[in-house]
Write a protein that binds this ligand. Sequence first.
Ligand SMILES: C[S@@+](CC[C@H](N)C(=O)[O-])C[C@H]1O[C@@H](n2cnc3c(N)ncnc32)[C@H](O)[C@@H]1O
Length: 232
Amino acid sequence: MVQEKIWEKEYRNPKLVTGHDKPQSVFLKFLKWYKKYLKIHGSKASVDLGGLKVLDLGSGTGRNANYLAKKRADVFGMEISQTAIDTAKTRAGNLGVKYIKQSIGEKYPFENEYFDLVIDITSSNSLDEKERETYLLEVNRVLKKDGIFFVRALCKDGDKNAQFLLKNNPAKEKDTYIMPETGLVERVFSKNDFVEMYSKYFKILDMEKTESYSTVNGRVFKRKFWLVTMQK
Ligand SMILES: C[S@@+](CC[C@H](N)C(=O)[O-])C[C@H]1O[C@@H](n2cnc3c(N)ncnc32)[C@H](O)[C@@H]1O
């Protein structure tokens, strides 16, 4: 609830989110790989993603969900900020993306094995441990066998900004800190912790550490991220 208020405030008066309406290059790179994966698995969707069922967790203003819908995928976006959803819907026009206002840390309103692809692009960082357990169980439940789960998560290893925040602004749970500018709690992952947690539910196909810049209140920080491709 507290985190929801913070995100809502953030979208009304952005300090963190960029408002871009095009996917990041790392996601486009993932999609290239994904089309090849679909081809190997004999799916017609390898040509244009047509008919694929996709769930975008923490869909924000719809930069990824709307892009996938333009490629003819059948997309659901799950998001806690109504302001973000309103922007995403406006930007989607008549693309038919279904935006749902719900926490990704609660039970999902979908039947078992409904989705071909689930994406979490820097959205689950603010879940607490209990919510994270639900999120992992639910993604596993709604994903089809051999379905793919793509995650971009905050990395602890070698990230000076994370080390500083963990030392100076710690929150209650392991490897969490409170962002001074927004009050948002974030979790960062060491490689071992990420692998231990996610591999209980998924097979990790690829895990890459990347670096990019985040802007908070006009100040630029170098941050490290995990890009992880998993299979059920
Ligand atoms: C860093 S933004 C990323 C947005 C989007 N995935 C993108 O790549 O542009 C994180 C998003 O996750 C949403 N979010 C955070 N916690 C959430 C939760 N528990 N349930 C649903 N959405 C959440 C935020 O409102 C925000 O839109």
